[in-house]
Design a protein around this ligand. Structure first.
Ligand SMILES: [Zn+2]
Length: 72
């Protein structure tokens, strides 16, 4: 029987260090995952709401932020 590799990860939401077996795990619990998702959604919503009043020169920057949040 092969031993599964455990790795230490830091939760992206609460910064708690936790053990996990999968390399793509980002959160310590499902509730952290959910909270992080809601937070991201809220931030994107705010940015989208204020984007019409952002000067055209800065739109590229704002779009980069939105994409960054959506990717995470
Ligand atoms: Zn967490």
């Amino acid at each position: 029987m092969s031993k599964e590799k455990e790795r230490l990860k830091e939760c992206l939401h609460c910064s708690l260090t936790f053990k996990c077996k999968r390399s793509d795990t980002k959160y310590c619990t499902n509730s952290c995952k959910q909270m992080a998702y809601l937070k991201r959604k809220t931030i994107v919503k705010i940015i989208v709401t204020i984007s019409p009043i952002i000067p055209e020169k800065k739109i590229g920057f704002v779009k980069r932020i939105i994409n960054w949040f959506r990717k995470k």
